[in-house]
Ligand binder design. Structure first.
Ligand SMILES: [Zn+2]
Length: 61
């Protein structure tokens, strides 16, 4: 596995409601725990998807 040089970024999605409002609660022995602010889901399982960086809005040309 190798990192890409800032080509797009990965976002975490809630496995329950699909919201991107996921915040990292804390890292524990079992791993990282995330909390969804939308459906109150708490767990270490989250979806990760990659999105491409949008071009600057309002940039002519
Ligand atoms: Zn959720």
């Amino acid at each position: 596995m190798r990192r890409r040089p800032r080509k797009g970024r990965s976002v975490r999605l809630c496995p329950q409601c699909g919201s991107a409002q996921i915040s990292l609660v804390a890292g524990s022995i079992v791993g990282q725990v995330y909390h969804c602010q939308k459906c109150d889901y708490v767990g270490s399982l989250v979806f990760e998807t990659e999105v491409s960086e949008d071009p600057k809005p309002g940039d002519p040309g």
